[in-house]
Structure formats: C-alpha cells, structure tokens
Unconditional design. Structure first.
Length: 173
C-alpha cells in the first residue's frame, strides 16, 4: 500500500513523503491516526503543500524544544540497584525509570516512549537517546551501580565542585 504521510512518523519518514507500507500498518494505524492518506493522484498533488507546512511546523517545534534539549543533553543519571556477583541486576532499569529520574532531576517531563533504551540488566555505564523531535535527539548517560556503593555520578559532580572552589580563591587573590 502506498501512502502520503501527513505527519512525521518515527522510523518511516517525514510529512509529505510517499512511502510504501504494509497493508495492515497503513489500514490499522496510519490512516485511523490521521498520520497518512492513501497515495491517490489527487493526494499526490497536495504533497508539496503538506511538505512545506510540515517544514514550518518542524522549525517552530525545534526552536521550542532546543532549550529542553540543552538541559537534557549530557545529563548523567545514577541508579542504585541490587545486583549479583557477576554484575547482573535483579530486575532492570527501564525507560519509565529513566523518564521519572529526568523529571526529578531537571523538572522536564519526558514520556517513556521518547526514550530509546533497551532495559538495562547489567551494572555499568549505558547511553540512551531522548527523541524530542525528529531532529533533536539529545544523549544521556545512565549509570547502574550497586546499592550501598557511592553514586559515581554524584561523586564526579562533587569532585568538579571542589575543583571549581580551589580555582575560585586562587583567582580572587
């Protein structure tokens, strides 16, 4: 089935594109959600208009979300979890856990569906991407450490603060 996309669809295409999709995906998801139209000759004439309108909307949305992306980009989140001797977690750290931690740390609300992350099941440092828009995808760091140990993320922040304090009095004198 060929469809004309009315909205940007993640991992499929941008608004105004004509794409070939599986019949069930088009009939059961894209068409009822208002994300696409059947690619008829009449609809294809509108594709350029749809593409220009979507580009304008995308630019406005990117401007609004750029400040949020700056806050989130490079963010480091630490999770104290129970783990076995080999480093495997009892349970996992999910996208929902990361979304909750982002909200608690920055005050920015992110949906779990916007976070590209497979559930974390081992100790260590992991990367996750937050899809704010099609173009803005900041990267965050997720650190899983044993419960009871010191949080490596907070430890680095304290070390950086001490270094800044040591430099500040030296420059004042």
């Amino acid at each position: 089935m060929k469809v004309l996309l009315l909205k940007d669809v993640y991992k499929l295409g941008r608004a105004g594109d004509v794409k070939k999709v599986a019949d069930g995906f088009g009939r059961n998801f894209l068409l009822p959600q208002g994300m696409a139209l059947l690619a008829t000759p009449g609809a294809l004439k509108q594709s350029e208009k749809i593409r220009t309108e979507a580009t304008k909307k995308r630019a406005v949305l990117n401007n609004e979300m750029s400040s949020v992306a700056e806050v989130i980009n490079g963010l480091a989140l630490g999770f104290g979890v129970k783990a076995g001797e080999t480093g495997k977690l009892y349970g996992s750290i999910t996208a929902q856990d990361v979304a909750t931690a982002i909200k608690a740390k920055t005050g920015v609300e992110v949906k779990r569906q916007q976070i590209d992350l497979q559930p974390i099941r081992v100790l260590g440092e992991h990367k996750a991407h937050v899809r704010l828009t099609m173009d803005l995808i900041p990267e965050i760091k997720v650190v899983a450490f044993r419960e009871g140990e010191t949080n490596p993320v907070e430890e680095k922040a304290r070390a950086a603060a001490k270094a800044a304090e040591a430099v500040a009095p030296a420059t004042a004198a």
